[in-house]
Design a protein around this ligand. Structure first.
Ligand code: M6R
Length: 594
């Protein structure tokens, strides 16, 4: 959840580290810092964002250094808890992403051996352990130190007097960017795109010694070769491109994302995934697992696959699945993860693999941990998503699910042809929703006055309600609940009054009549209703206080147009309330801790 960077080369490290850290802030942004080796180790760190640090930091000098942007786990955001952390001598500095589970025990042992600690973090034990084992060979000292450590980590180690960086990873992502007489290290690709598009993805258990012109990677003490990859994203794709926020840019990119993702599948010589699991008529069912917004895509996927393929699908939160006594051994599973690094999702994947399940990953990040664990990976083509709030990645996930389900569907040719055509029309339908931005802005102005809201839907619109509520709460800080419309009367009605608007998602499908009834029930309890409905629906106008319209699509595609409208609603509401839209408080984009 934190972002780490390193540089070794012939240029000044400081500006490169700060620029790279700025690109990783979506991973955490409550404090940050850098350390540069210039004879001694010079450290500058504090609570706050990289932009603030950049304004006050003095010239540290030096051509090798490390940096960190933090999402606090152990200890509040503060100067002392910010990374890099040092050993007793101040000659070894470490940045870390992950969690050291046995840090308390190690800390007690190290204190008994005479080490002094200053922070509340788990990370601080790492430089002290390295100090303990360091006898002139930094790489060996790191390898030995990590033998004592239980937990997850991506680390970069800098030592005074050493013209090298030592890196290591276990269950946290780390890449090396390759330059000409310079090398870059980072948690994720956007950090290095300004400098290079050649990367090596480190594997779990790798320890690397990096100089300006060499990279030596060892796994359990044995030297290993790691393949070089070319990143196809451009640096511009990770910029705001004239939009006020990444989120708005990413919402507006969705017609292109749909085209790219579907285009990729349509032109693929082979099916996007070997879904023999779906074609198996004896199949009892399949699982789709994910967290957060990706889980909402999984829930939509359940409806799509059950409808088109005709098999039973369980969509589960990966974070909860890990505690279920049963797994569905022997069946197939799809996991959905934008980053490919979500700790709970990766844990669930490993559990599934452990009981013999075949796992397909739908992910946006080439070379991510999920893609390495999965039997097969379906890549979404959303491009880099920087805003913490997921938007275009959700859309690309839906496209992957539609395409998978259509490829293995058991529906008649007429419906298949009609849906395939409907799918191809989605970019223009989404564009129509985007063009309706001013109307959505008006509704957002109205919504921004409230502190509580419900989002309701039925059937395939239920996950859309969950996603609409998640988007609103995470960026506007309005308390929003996504609810199955039929469930409100089983308890939440107690919360309804004139101060609690209900955003009702009305699809033209078999849920339509029931939704109208639910809206009437809500109105009878005094709550204002904003309805999301198809253009031309006059009945809704008579029932609801306010209506946002979306263009007509086949009901199975309604999550696409409805979600885009709700993304804009959340965005403009948050803007109206003056919230920091791309970097909401307490969150991070990539959740690499359980
Ligand atoms: O990278 P993942 O798709 O696995 O991330 C899962 C969630 O953390 C993520 O979808 C989160 O809920 C969104 N950023 C919310 O907008």
């Amino acid at each position: 959840m934190c972002g780490i960077v390193g540089y070794i080369g012939e240029r000044q490290a400081q500006p490169i580290l700060l620029t790279s850290l700025g690109k990783l802030e979506y991973r955490g942004y409550d404090s940050c810092g850098i350390a540069v080796a210039a004879g001694n180790i010079k450290v500058h760190k504090d609570a706050g964002r990289v932009g603030e640090l950049t304004k006050v930091i003095p010239q540290l000098g030096g051509t090798v250094g490390i940096g960190h942007t933090r999402w606090a786990t152990h200890g509040e955001p503060s100067q002392v808890n910010a990374h890099p952390h040092l050993d007793c001598s101040g000659r070894i500095a470490v940045v870390h992403n992950g969690i050291i589970n046995n840090f308390l025990l190690l800390k007690q042992q190290l204190i008994a051996e005479g080490h002094n600690f200053v922070s509340e973090t788990d990370t601080e034990i790492i430089p002290h352990l390295i100090e303990k084992y360091y006898d002139g060979d930094l790489g060996k000292a790191v390898e030995t130190a990590l033998c004592d450590v239980e937990g997850s980590y991506a680390i970069i180690v800098l030592a005074a007097g050493e013209s090298k960086l030592v890196v290591a990873r276990k269950d946290s992502p780390l890449i090396i960017g390759l330059g000409d007489r310079e090398n870059f290290i980072a948690s994720d690709v956007p950090a290095i795109l300004d400098y290079t598009n050649r990367v090596i993805y480190l594997e779990d258990g790798d320890v690397g010694v990096i100089t300006l012109d060499s990279i030596k990677i060892r796994q359990e003490g044995v030297e290993v070769a790691r393949e070089e990859h070319k990143i196809l994203w451009s640096a511009e794709e990770a910029q705001k491109g004239g939009y006020e926020h990444f989120m708005l840019k990413e919402i507006h990119e969705q017609p292109k994302v749909i085209r790219n993702t579907i285009g990729e599948y349509v032109s693929a010589a082979e099916p996007v995934a070997d879904l023999a699991i779906m074609a198996d008529t004896n199949l009892e069912g399949m699982l789709i697992l994910a967290c957060g917004t990706s889980y909402h895509a999984a829930l939509v996927g359940k409806y799509i696959v059950e409808d088109l393929v005709g098999i039973l699908v369980r969509a589960e939160l990966a974070s909860e699945f890990n505690y279920y006594p049963q797994t569905l051994a022997g069946t197939g599973a799809i996991v959905i993860t934008q980053s490919g690094e979500t700790a709970d999702t990766l844990k669930a994947m490993k559990r599934l693999k452990g009981v013999g399940c075949r796992v397909i990953a739908i992910t946006n990040v080439v070379g991510s941990s999920a893609s390495r664990i999965a039997d097969h990976t379906v890549y979404t083509r959303a491009g880099p998503e920087i805003s913490v709030a997921a938007t275009k990645s959700f859309m690309a996930q839906l496209m992957a699910l539609y395409w998978l389900a259509l490829s293995y569907s058991r529906i008649d040719t007429r419906r298949l042809d009609s849906l395939t055509m409907g799918l191809r029309q989605l970019p223009s339908k989404v564009q129509q929703v985007l063009d309706n931005g001013d109307r959505i802005k008006e509704c957002a102005k109205y919504l921004s006055r409230y502190e509580n809201a419900f989002f309701t839907g039925r059937g395939i619109s239920f996950p859309v309600a969950l996603e609409g509520a998640l988007k609103l709460k995470e960026i506007s800080y309005i308390h929003a609940e996504g609810y199955a419309a039929g469930e409100l009367k089983h308890g939440p009605f107690a919360l309804l009054d004139k101060n609690t608007p209900v955003i009702a998602i009305v699809a033209q499908d078999n849920t339509y009549e029931a939704m109208l009834t639910n809206i009437k029930e809500v109105k009878a309890r005094g709550s204002p209703v904003v309805a999301l409905a198809e253009e031309g629906n006059e009945t809704i106008r008579e029932l609801a206080d306010s209506v946002i319209t979306v263009p007509p699509v086949d009901a199975i595609f309604s999550p696409v147009v409805n979600t885009v409208a709700l993304q804009l609603l959340a965005y403009y509401t948050a803007k109206q309330r003056g919230c920091p839209i791309d970097f909401p408080r307490n969150l991070a984009k990539s959740v690499t801790v359980e």
